[in-house]
Design a binder for this molecule. Structure first.
Ligand SMILES: [Zn+2]
Length: 246
């Protein structure tokens, strides 16, 4: 069962995730959202599954509306738009956490594969270029390959098989790459941008954590309360005292 982040969680996650890679930040968020689950399980979820849960976590923590902005690449007009977590969440992650074995066939070839997860992304992070990373990811996710019923190794596979597998990894986990269609009201230019929930959520969480610490500072200075006491108050009560203190 997913749980929302408390004010104390937000400050703690922000503190712990400061110098971490986005892959780790995503897992850190999930660890607080699913305190009863083991880290290995969270890290084994596909990227789409991870992102669908992060959208849920965002929804139960900060609400379903996401305010975003972009700059038109043609005329540099600044665009503000709002998104909804429910529209962005295109899969039900609860039905996907146990799915491990997918397959695809082409000619006399049959491939069994699993979807890339956080650990896979972490291992290809240091790859020389995107092409190498994609190839490495495909190899890691290939469980078994059969050619005319006989088991073949990844090295024996033709290039077309690897290309097919790479394409399948994307198609089978559509939540892992959310593209937004944007159009500029000033010049009618249309383009696509990638929506990255990890990046979006982290920026919001950072702002919120710093706002909370500011509130702790203001209230502690006036009332002498402890940080934990202040963070454990409801937002309404904290705000009431802040109004009184100012
Ligand atoms: Zn424009």
């Amino acid at each position: 069962m997913i749980r929302s982040l408390s004010a104390a969680d937000i400050v703690r996650i922000w503190e712990l995730g400061q110098d971490r890679h986005p892959i780790d930040r995503a897992l850190l968020l999930l660890a607080y959202a699913f305190p009863e689950k083991q880290f290995t399980e969270l890290a084994s979820w596909s990227i789409g599954c991870r992102d669908a849960y992060l959208l849920m976590l965002r929804e139960i923590t900060f609400g379903e509306q996401l305010n975003s902005f972009a700059t038109c690449p043609q005329c540099q007009e600044n665009l503000e738009f709002s998104l909804n977590t429910k529209d962005l969440r295109i899969i039900d992650p609860d039905t996907m956490t146990d799915l491990r074995d997918y397959q695809v066939s082409m000619d006399r070839l049959n491939l069994h594969f699993r979807l890339p997860n956080s650990l896979d992304l972490a291992t290809v992070m240091t790859a020389a270029d995107e092409e190498t990373a994609t190839l490495q990811l495909a190899k890691q996710c290939l469980l078994e390959a059969h050619l005319e019923g006989k088991v073949v190794s990844c090295e024996e596979l033709p290039v077309t098989a690897i290309a097919l597998l790479t394409q399948q990894l994307t198609e089978t986990d559509p939540q892992a790459e959310i593209l937004l269609d944007l159009s500029c009201p000033a010049c009618d230019h249309v383009w696509q941008v990638l929506f990255d929930i990890v990046d979006f959520f982290w920026r919001e969480l950072s702002n919120q954590a710093q706002r909370l610490l500011q509130e702790v500072h203001s209230l502690a200075k006036v009332y002498g309360w402890q940080e934990a006491e202040i963070l454990n108050m409801s937002a309404i009560r904290r705000q009431y005292y802040l109004d009184l203190a100012n």
